[in-house]
Design a binder for this molecule. Structure first.
Ligand code: SF4
Length: 328
């Protein structure tokens, strides 16, 4: 008997795999990622095997399929820009396809009843099953004994009595199980989705609000949202400010020929990236904003490149002016 499992890398999803694996089922762990959640780096796969004895079968990047959900998610957003119900439906539909490709018989997830405010309530769980075509084939081993028996349980592919009846936010039982499996390093509860972060969500909303109707954000723009301070200088132009060396490096690496990159001349300081339609129109304001992130009273000189190359000398904007343009 074979199953596929969605693993986030958090404790619950790893335990769900173990609970089924120890019943003799071959489990193929799938790690679904988007630009907002999950890890594509090889270290993740290595850690899963080294620390938890779990061999990741596939890392699946669903960013392109996910982006349209940000424009108009059929089941709405959570507290921030997180379209959790539609996200789960997307992940599970892909899991079902892989299940069929691999000749597996059911899908496992680490969901725990009542742990998250919205997406783990039972009417929602049922809706998700229905919309993914996985009715009866979605096994949630951590809460299985609280839920109606699934096909794997009814058919005896897994023993329901050896599954769990965990609900709510307490992690007591999960920690007991982790101890039983000899896991010294307890993975943090799965989370780590940028779309649940209020600051990131605010930047994303600003980006979406300023795109032509129906247009999707580019992957570059989505990556840029993760770094620095963001300023909306006009409906078509935005400034991203890197305030530290690491941020400056990322900002520079994401610059394109259409942008204007600003760097301090002859002293260490912030890097700015001016992006959008005709960014040169906002060059002086952008440089003054950057001046606010330099040490001292100024004036400061910045080198700029993109379109043309040159330098510009500015005094820093007063703090109250800075706040006026700040997205977050
Ligand atoms: S928190 Fe993020 S990754 Fe998790 S279901 Fe919601 S949108 Fe998807």
């Amino acid at each position: 008997m074979k199953a596929v499992a969605l693993i986030s890398g958090g404790l619950d999803s790893l335990l769900a795999v173990k609970l089924v694996e120890e019943q003799g089922v071959e489990v193929l762990p799938l790690h679904m990622v988007t630009s907002f959640t999950g890890r594509k780096d090889p270290a993740f796969v290595r850690d899963m095997e080294r620390l938890y004895g779990l061999r990741v079968h596939r890392v699946v990047d669903l960013t392109r399929e996910f982006l349209p959900l940000l424009l108009d998610p059929p089941h709405g957003f959570g507290k921030n820009m997180n379209p959790c119900i539609d996200c789960k439906i997307l992940f599970l539909r892909r899991a079902k396809e892989i299940m069929e490709e691999e000749g597996a018989s059911f899908v496992i997830t680490g969901e725990v009843m009542g742990q998250r405010p919205m997406s783990q309530r039972s009417p929602i769980l049922r809706l998700i099953e229905k919309e993914t075509g996985l009715e009866g084939l979605l096994l949630r081993p951590l809460s299985a004994r609280l839920l109606p028996p699934t096909i794997p349980e009814r058919e005896g592919w897994v023993d329901r009595e050896r599954l769990e009846a965990i609900q709510g936010r307490s992690r007591k039982r999960q920690l007991e199980l982790a101890k039983k499996y000899g896991w010294d390093k307890i993975p943090s509860p799965a989370g780590g989705c940028l779309l649940t972060d209020p600051g990131y969500s605010k930047r994303l909303k600003d980006l979406l609000d300023h795109l032509p109707p129906g247009e999707l954000p580019s992957l570059r723009d989505v990556k840029l949202l993760k770094v620095g301070r963001h300023f909306r200088l006009s409906p078509g132009v935005k400034l991203v400010v890197g305030r530290r060396e690491g941020e400056n490096t990322v900002v520079k690496s994401l610059a394109t020929a259409r942008d204007i990159l600003l760097e301090p001349k002859g002293f260490p300081g912030p890097t700015g990236l001016l992006i959008g339609e005709e960014p040169q129109v906002e060059l002086a304001r952008a440089a003054s904003l950057l001046g606010r992130y330099c040490k001292g009273l100024g004036p400061f000189t910045f080198l700029y490149r993109g379109g043309s190359v040159g330098e510009i000398q500015v005094s820093p904007l007063p703090p109250e002016e800075v706040d006026k343009w700040l997205i977050i």
